[in-house]
Design a protein around this ligand. Structure first.
Ligand code: FAD
Length: 553
């Protein structure tokens, strides 16, 4: 059974390794385990909020009004979502959860919702980290549209390598269906276990091997969007000069235009060979120069990521066994990198010769900057790459909140983002005597620039409102710094509610008007996910409180 207030399946948990407690104590201080609400208490609070009032939505054969069902669709995975669920102060929950089985069900439900004056929030895997899934403010009833029944491979065009999937298909189901055909999508966001095809398209997601397989926007060849105004079909042409590309409007639309009911994805042959290697550098300057050279060399790699010294140290402290770490340090010492200051992971996938040549070329570039390859650590990284989200549960239980944010910029702006973003975040809670442990990595490199991904950790307060205020303070400072330092407000997580105040800074007011006009065309009555991406008349602050209502005009 999936955790109702955390990550993954209840059967899977990864406790903090020995030594992690001492590390956390050193970087932010001792944590105090919180008193979390139980599922029964949270469900009782939904029932209590319902009271004796008549249901907000009339019965419908595809709509559940069960309080636990509604609770499980009330929130995503952002830190404010976690604070709400863990504290039991959940706020508004949807009034119903619909489970359509077909595009025709979706059309009917959109018409029914419009007739009921209800708002509709499409729900994929529920892994949003930006407040996308909360019920909109305002008096209108809210329907969560869970696409989980519209899952699986619908058809495969062997001649073109095009695979059509239902929107609710999760990452493992996509790969399982394609593996039997000798194909892969190669899209591995860290949320891969739970996130879905429709969610990836709606948020413009990025997988860890984006250099090799491309972002979802490069894999999304076409499909169908059901909107309140009608059906939009996007033929999967390999390329087209027939005016603006409407797929680009649907990508990143975050549920505002309608529901993606079918997605045609470009697949690749299953790689004959796939390898991941870790390379350690004696200092950050050399590591950065090496990865910059690697990115601009445009080798046929599948991934390159580089952790700063603070992240390398943190990852090693939270990675596990003291004995393995001692062996690693001894090995690095013997190879002339005594402190192993910055770790890069480099991957390649494809035919044997391509992989071998790409990696040899990469090692030559990294070696020129003092990089030392360490056996087995890259494969270890691959094995554990979906495990980090589970650590969030373990950290929370030990009294720590952990969250991430990310941006991207061209290479000329990346050094100042790296130099200033995490440091300003570290200082935010000084006045209240709290420390923030913030550390970064370059997660996706491009020839012209890179994403910068920051993880930050701080102590939970006993009062959930204080924890939320701490998060808000750090998030606001970081978001402002990103915009001021020339980064995009999001390279991969999207906008949701928590970033919408910053969207106009990069789209401009004409750009925002164009997005708003598109939303009004597909959804004239404004029933789709109000408050997400764009501010709306009824919106108060988002769950984070970061944004004002109409912040974008
Ligand atoms: C631990 C963790 C790791 C993550 N790692 C990554 C990462 O590596 N890369 C990355 O890009 N993101 C990452 N994310 C963010 C998140 O997983 C992505 O945004 C993902 O694409 C969301 O997919 P989902 O199916 O869970 O969508 P949901 O969270 O359910 O929904 C997200 C948004 O998409 C809309 N939506 C969902 N389905 C549809 C549909 N069929 N039609 C129209 N709109 C729809 C929703 O209304 C909402 O606005 C991570 C999140 C977590 C919690």
């Amino acid at each position: 059974m999936r955790r109702w207030n955390g990550w993954g399946d209840e059967a899977d948990s990864f406790p903090l390794p020995e030594g992690a407690g001492a590390f956390l104590d050193r970087v932010v201080g001792a944590g105090t385990p919180p008193a979390d609400a139980t599922l029964a208490e949270a469900v009782a609070s939904v029932r209590a909020a319902d009271g004796d009032a008549a249901p907000a939505l009339p019965p419908h054969p595809l709509v559940s009004s069960d309080p636990e069902d509604r609770l499980r669709h009330a929130r995503g995975q952002s830190l404010p979502d976690w604070v709400a669920l863990r504290s039991g102060r959940i706020g508004r929950v949807p009034d119903g959860v619909a489970r359509p089985a077909s595009a025709s069900d979706v059309r009917d439900l959109l018409h029914w919702s419009a007739a009921m004056g209800a708002r509709v929030v499409p729900y994929g895997g529920g892994t949003s980290v930006l407040g996308h899934l909360s019920a909109p403010d305002g008096p209108a009833p809210c329907l969560s549209l869970d696409l989980g029944r519209m899952a699986g491979l619908v058809r495969f065009d062997d001649a073109s390598g095009l695979a059509t999937f239902g929107p609710g298909t999760t990452g493992p189901a996509v790969e399982a269906a394609l593996a039997g055909l000798g194909r892969t999508l190669g899209h591995y966001p860290q949320s891969w276990e739970l996130s879905t095809v429709g969610g990836w398209i709606a948020t413009r997601s990025v997988g860890q091997q984006s250099i090799g397989y491309g972002r979802i926007d490069q894999r999304f060849a076409g499909g169908v969007l059901e909107s309140p105004a009608g059906t939009l079909r996007m033929p999967p042409f390999p390329a087209s000069a027939a005016g603006p590309d409407l797929r680009q409007l649907v990508l990143g639309s975050e549920g505002r235009l309608g529901v993606v009911t079918e997605a045609v994805l470009r697949t690749s042959p299953l790689p004959e060979d796939e390898r991941f290697h870790a390379v350690f550098f004696p200092d950050w300057e050399r590591a950065y120069a090496a990865v910059h050279d690697l990115a601009t060399a445009e080798l046929p790699l599948s991934m390159v990521r580089l952790s700063t010294p603070a992240e390398t140290e943190t990852n090693l402290a939270l990675a596990g066994h003291a004995r393995t770490m001692r062996t690693l340090r001894a090995y690095l010492g013997a190879r002339g990198v005594p402190r192993g200051r910055a770790m890069a992971v480099v991957g390649a996938a494809g035919g044997h010769p391509t992989v071998s040549v790409a990696l040899l070329d990469a090692f030559a570039i990294l070696g020129r900057h003092g990089g030392v390859r360490v056996p087995r650590v890259g494969e270890e990284w691959r094995r554990n790459r979906f495990r980090t989200p589970y650590l969030r549960d373990a950290l929370w239980s030990a009294g720590y909140a952990v969250d991430t944010l990310e941006t991207a910029a061209d290479w000329s702006a990346v050094p100042r983002l790296l130099a200033r973003l995490a440091p300003v975040m570290r200082r935010v809670l000084e006045a209240e005597g709290e420390r923030v442990h913030a550390f970064a990595h370059l997660s996706h490199v491009y020839a012209s620039g890179s994403s910068v991904y920051v993880t930050y950790l701080f102590r939970l307060a006993q009062d959930p409102d204080v924890t939320l205020a701490r998060w808000r303070a750090v998030k606001d400072v970081a978001s402002r710094a990103i915009v001021d330092l020339g980064g995009t407000i999001s390279h991969q997580h999207g906008v949701g509610r928590d970033h919408r105040a910053y969207l106009a800074a990069e789209k401009g007011s004409l750009g925002i008007r164009a997005i708003r006009a598109a939303a009004a065309t597909f959804d004239p009555e404004g029933i789709m996910a109000p408050g997400v991406l764009l501010g709306d008349a009824h919106d108060g602050p988002g769950p984070s409180g970061a944004a004002e209502g109409r912040d974008d005009g």
